[in-house]
Design a protein around this ligand. Structure first.
Ligand code: GMT
Length: 377
């Protein structure tokens, strides 16, 4: 592992989303281990929020000039990356997403006057959505092939990237992680008292309510659960399908069983109070929220898609069904929620799997090994 402190620039989308969470948490961990971290983003990453030693923040601010029809975000970012890299003598830029971040970093690399390496992590959406767009495909391939080192968050995403883009380059798998110090199970009786006053089971869903999350399936599965077990549904997050789900719940007289908590920073605390997570996504290259639930001992009912089977151990830490199998998911949920012994076994296995496979120190070491490899050339 590197025996000197590294200077690393990190670029990600700073708003809510798994990739932003992982990029920020990785930066925080690296800083804690003595490396100097420079976030180069258009806003403060939402999980940063306070002062940490060894962490610097450089805002990418796009000016509006009349000569431009569109504000040139990508060029501004590349230029900021180059400025920071030159001034701070960065060793590498670790960017999350091929487009635009890897492409910007490659441009920045050409502008600096010392060797600067580009490490790119693929999170999914750039491949599973953008790579189907013929106008962007070549650019994504360029971003990946010209990076000095590329990682992806699951085997599934790696295979999909090879299939779609015919990439001629090694892509290393580095799973996402949780910092177990933040995910200790804590019990707040007040939470239960407020949201499940009559001992109801608490079912939770977290997402950005994009169509790919199939949030309506969450509501439909919950409806079936409710026929068998007294329960409440907690929604965390917001997004485009939010009104549709609200409307459906109202139409089916379920709105009084559902609590919308909106966007929340500290999901660990809320997850710890719940009994079961539903994640019926159409596509999910990893499913960070499933891991976050497992880290709190909460089993997950999910769809068999993307990297989900690599995160959830089927039949041990959760139950996985074909996309759209609402009856199957409801049946699985009722099985877990109605049999305390089975539930306890799943919950224990979820904690154990998180600790042994996805703990921050394990994944941090993998990233550091890859940084070392790329720096050794
Ligand atoms: O899922 C989203 O809408 C957000 C997106 C992101 O960019 O944060 O999530 C992707 O990256 C996460 C972190 O690696 C993964 O846990 C999510 O599975 C992945 N989303 C998709 O593949 C749809």
């Amino acid at each position: 592992l590197p025996n000197r402190s590294l200077k690393i620039g990190i670029t990600c989308y700073p708003t809510l989303g798994g990739s932003g969470v992982v990029a920020t948490e990785l930066g925080k961990l690296l800083a804690e281990h003595g490396h100097q971290i420079h976030f180069i983003t258009p806003g403060v990453p939402f999980r940063l929020g306070k002062f940490y030693p060894n962490i610097y923040y450089h805002e990418v601010e796009v000016n509006q000039y009349e000569v431009f029809r569109y504000p040139p975000y990508d060029l501004t970012l590349a230029s900021k990356m180059a400025q920071v890299a030159n001034r701070e003598k960065l060793d590498l830029l670790h960017v999350h997403y091929a487009i635009p971040h890897a492409v910007c970093a490659i441009l920045a690399r050409q502008m600096v006057d010392h060797p600067l390496k580009v490490v790119t992590t693929l999170h999914g959406t750039d491949i599973t959505v953008l790579a189907y767009d013929e106008t962007l495909k070549e650019m994504i391939r360029y971003g990946i092939e010209q990076s000095d080192l590329v990682t992806a968050v699951s085997d599934h995403l790696i295979n999909e990237t090879y299939e779609l883009l015919h990439i001629n380059k090694d892509i290393y798998k580095v799973y996402n992680f949780v910092d177990l110090r933040q995910y200790e199970r804590s019990v707040h009786p007040l939470f239960r008292k407020q949201y499940a006053p009559n001992g109801e089971k608490l079912v939770v869903h977290i997402s950005n309510f994009r169509p790919v999350k199939r949030v309506l399936d969450v509501a439909k599965v919950f409806q079936l659960i409710l026929r068998e077990i007294p329960a409440k549904l907690i929604f965390i997050g917001e997004g485009p399908d939010f009104p549709r789900v609200c409307h459906w719940l109202k139409e089916h007289h379920l709105d009084s069983y559902v609590h919308f908590l909106g966007k929340q920073d500290d999901v660990a605390e809320i997850l710890s109070q719940t009994d079961l997570m539903l994640l019926p996504s159409e596509k999910e290259s990893f499913g960070l929220v499933a891991l976050e639930a497992m880290a709190c001992g909460v089993p997950v009912i999910a769809s068999n898609t993307g990297g989900i089977p690599e995160v959830i151990a089927q039949g041990q830490t959760g139950l996985i069904y074909p996309v759209g199998d609402i009856e199957g998911m409801a049946h699985g949920a009722v099985t877990l929620l109605s049999q305390p012994d089975v539930y306890r076994r799943f919950s224990q296995a979820a904690l154990e799997r998180t600790r042994t496979q996805f703990a921050a120190d394990i994944i941090l070491e993998q990233y550091l090994t890859l940084y070392q490899r790329v720096l050794n050339g």
